[in-house]
Write a protein that binds this ligand. Structure first.
Ligand SMILES: NC(=O)c1ccc[n+]([C@@H]2O[C@H](COP(=O)([O-])OP(=O)(O)OC[C@H]3O[C@@H](n4cnc5c(N)ncnc54)[C@H](OP(=O)(O)O)[C@@H]3O)[C@@H](O)[C@H]2O)c1
Length: 349
């Protein structure tokens, strides 16, 4: 069977490396082209020695991005670029007939006004309406045949998968939602910064971008669809001294406070029946149980005394929160079984 030639644009970053780790074992694609920015000209396996030993990856050299070169080599491109850099690359690649899966935030918001409020003016507003939000568990049908996929953010993936089924089922109220989420430092990308410096991040826990994190409108967009009402929520992300993982702990008001915990668990189980990557768990989810894999562990609790539902989800930010989800969305877009190349169980401990 012919393999589809794909490109990874931004292959020298963390999500780029994770895409390559997964793509090299995907039976229906071949990595034909990789690009980088400051690291252009370097061999991929020199940038990422953990990718050594695979004959498909050994010869690859990161090129500076050139849309014609990418189009000559590949039919589909993953963009693993910083926010703002994907719009020109995606526009040029779509014009050249490629399918584009973008891991940045550039195409995730449908409403241009919401985009402008959180990020500034969008240089290609017309593309916002064309992009499919690449969360297969919520948008599988729209993904079939999609040419431009906005791969969801890591915090939104965990939060939406924990809360949306409870909103779908009318079990929690659309108002009063609070999301307290924790991430490992790889969520900030490979470029060193003071905030992710070992000496500053290694032994403390802190919140950041309180009440202003740009994943807020993305979460609100998808939860509003589930609630069929406008959702405005409080989202507080925290940085934890670990490399990978996101744990989202979400608090909501029950629509009917007399319902037992089982009602919320049953709603999650019903919504995720048959979903390969989502497990409904009764014990609190742990990032160590999903590390390195495309799995999501979700659960729900009732704090009857305080009148709150607590929904939680754990994911690996680089896999289900980025590269794995991008492959799952690609599989859905191209009509491959969604778990193709993604079914491996992650390492533990
Ligand atoms: N990290 C996560 O957990 C995560 C999860 C979900 C989504 N995302 C999103 O995925 C995207 C990539 O994230 P990442 O963590 O992989 O970032 P990263 O490690 O910082 O990598 C960024 C990549 O973009 C390239 N690049 C940097 N500046 C550029 C520019 N001006 N023009 C063109 N290319 C440029 C870099 O090349 P050089 O290194 O060669 O300069 C590198 O290949 C971001 O939009 C991020 O928000 C990340």
């Amino acid at each position: 069977m012919d393999r589809l030639a794909v490109a990874v644009v931004g292959a020298s970053g963390y999500t780029g490396a994770e895409l390559l780790r997964l793509l090299v074992d995907h039976p229906r694609v071949t990595v034909a082209h990789v690009t980088a920015h400051r690291s252009a000209g370097q061999r991929l396996v020199e940038l990422f020695p953990h990718l050594r030993g695979r004959p498909e990856l050994e010869p690859l050299v990161c090129r500076a991005f050139d849309a014609d070169e990418v189009a000559a080599a590949a039919k589909l491109a993953f963009l693993a670029l910083p926010h703002g850099e994907s719009v020109p690359a995606a526009t040029a690649l779509l014009e050249r007939g490629l399918t584009v899966l973008d891991l940045s935030a550039d195409f995730r918001l449908r409403d241009p006004d919401a985009y402008e409020a959180w990020y500034g003016p969008h240089p290609a507003k017309e593309l916002l309406g064309r992009a499919v939000y690449g969360l297969p568990e919520r948008h599988r049908r729209e993904l079939a045949g999609a040419r431009l996929v906005a791969v969801p953010g890591c915090y939104p993936t965990a939060t939406i998968l924990a809360l949306a089924p409870l909103l779908d089922a009318g079990l929690i109220r659309a108002d009063g939602i609070v999301v307290d989420a924790k991430s490992g430092v790889s969520g900030a990308g490979r470029s060193p910064t003071l905030a992710t410096h070992f000496a500053e991040a290694g032994e403390g826990v802190r919140a950041y971008k309180v009440a202003e994190h740009r994943h807020t409108p993305e979460i609100e967009q998808e939860l509003s669809l589930a609630a069929r009402a406008e959702v405005t929520l409080t989202f507080t992300p925290h940085l934890l001294p670990m490399t990978r993982g996101i744990l989202a702990t979400c608090y909501a008001l029950p629509a009917d406070p007399s319902l037992p915990r089982a009602a919320y668990l049953d709603a999650l189980r019903a919504r995720y029946a048959g979903e390969r990557f989502v497990a409904v768990v009764e014990q609190p989810p742990d990032t160590a149980h999903v590390r390195g894999g495309n799995r999501v562990h979700v659960g729900a609790w009732l704090d009857a005394r305080a009148g709150r539902v607590i929904a939680m989800a754990a994911i690996d930010n680089l896999v289900k929160g980025a590269a794995g989800q991008a492959l799952q969305a690609m599989n859905a877009a191209l009509g491959f079984p969604e778990w193709t190349g993604l079914d491996a169980v992650g390492p533990f401990p």
